[in-house]
Write a protein that binds this ligand. Structure first.
Ligand SMILES: *Cc1c(COP(=O)(O)O)cnc(C)c1O
Length: 361
């Protein structure tokens, strides 16, 4: 079987072990005689799948008891609306803009109230994270919003902002489960699964219980209230069953491989292999401030558009695929999510060295 090294930013690489286990269970899930795809979401077997997924995720992230775990759908982008509809009691929130996704969330939130940008890195093409140690946070703000890892630009907060007591809402789509975190520092975390967790469409929400209330903005549909899902254990209607099943397998894989402390070490090691090379290369250059480098999405350029394109095309012939940068910024991007093996990163750097020898004239 031929598998490439897939550096896509999402939907992205999943562990081989997870995919083959799903393959083995495809026609007959554990003696039930049917596929998970064909199973009622109210069945005993599916109930076990979703409950175990939650237990395992709680174990991985050491989620405190005063938080709920919800499995939703609609992609990370639906959270851009769901967060304000549920949390914006005073109709005002503060945002830090560090890229495309934070901006989209900000624009969506404008529909619901008065939102303010209290820091931004747009002045330097989102190549850094602003200093967030002492921001002027609106005393009336319902929450402070960040995008913790900027998938497109390749930056990440090394330190969380000082929220001055306001709940922190974080889009962690491209970094959740990449390393240990302290969930207690957040009010709400959400992540679209297709980056580092599982299939597209499934969304993981981790929310502090006191933020789940009936007191939502007028006209909020039942399907967009956190309380609806909290009260029904994410089973108000038919959830993305197969997606949750695969997420559950990824959680088990992470636990078996040593949990998030170990995962963080491996991910930092993988990123270091590529960054160390970028820092010595005469041809390739990293595009972001060193102090704010992401270990999940690594962006780089040659400085020459045609050469960038040539690199992406030649890499593909080597089985190194999806290295093209996001359409909005160009260049290259290597996403090194959990399921990207160390060997894949080494192979990439090996290929980059060879490319540099051939084209650095
Ligand atoms: C990919 C991504 C999104 C959008 O996810 P969808 O599931 O397509 O809505 C939002 N935020 C971040 C940080 C992302 O990486």
């Amino acid at each position: 079987m031929h598998r490439v090294y897939n550096f896509s930013a999402g939907p992205a690489v999943l562990p081989d072990a997870v995919l083959s286990e799903a393959q083995n269970e495809m026609m007959n899930y554990r003696g039930t005689g049917s596929s998970v795809l064909e199973m009622s979401h109210r069945s005993f077997d599916f109930n076990e799948i979703i409950s175990e997924a939650e237990v395992d995720l709680r174990k991985l992230l050491a989620i405190p008891d005063n938080y709920r775990v919800l499995f939703l759908q609609g992609g990370a982008s639906l959270q851009f609306a769901m967060v304000p509809m549920n949390l914006m009691k005073n109709r005002t929130a503060d945002f830090i803009i560090t890229g495309h996704w934070a901006k989209k969330a900000y624009q969506e939130a404008q529909t619901f109230g008065e939102v303010r940008i209290i820091a931004s890195s747009e002045d330097q093409l989102f190549s850094y994270i602003p200093d967030c140690t002492d921001l002027e946070i609106n005393p009336g703000a319902d929450y402070l919003y960040i995008c913790e890892n900027n998938t497109i630009y390749g930056t990440k907060y090394q330190m969380l902002p000082n929220t001055k007591g306001k709940p922190l809402v974080a889009d962690m789509s491209s970094c959740l489960l990449s390393e240990e975190i302290d969930v207690g520092q957040y009010g709400l975390i959400f992540a679209g699964a297709q980056k580092n967790i599982g299939p597209a469409g499934t969304v993981v929400v981790i929310i502090r219980k006191d933020l789940i209330t009936d007191e939502v903005l007028p006209l909020t549909p039942t399907m967009l209230k956190y309380k609806t899902y909290s009260d029904s254990n994410s089973l108000y209607n038919t959830p993305p069953t197969y997606g949750i099943y695969i997420c559950g397998k990824v959680f088990k894989w992470l636990l078996k491989e040593g949990g998030l402390k170990r995962r963080g070490e491996i991910n930092r090691m993988k990123a270091k292999i590529l960054y160390d090379y970028l820092d010595t290369s005469q041809l390739f250059k990293g595009t972001v401030c060193k102090a704010n480098r992401s270990i999940m999405n690594i962006t780089f350029v040659t400085g020459n558009k045609e050469l960038d394109e040539k690199f992406v095309n030649e890499a593909k012939k080597y089985g190194l695929v999806n290295l093209k940068g996001h359409r909005s910024i160009g260049g290259m991007r290597a996403s090194l999510y959990n399921a990207m093996p160390v060997a894949g990163v080494k192979r990439l750097v090996e290929f980059m060295r060879e490319f540099e020898r051939n084209y650095n004239v």
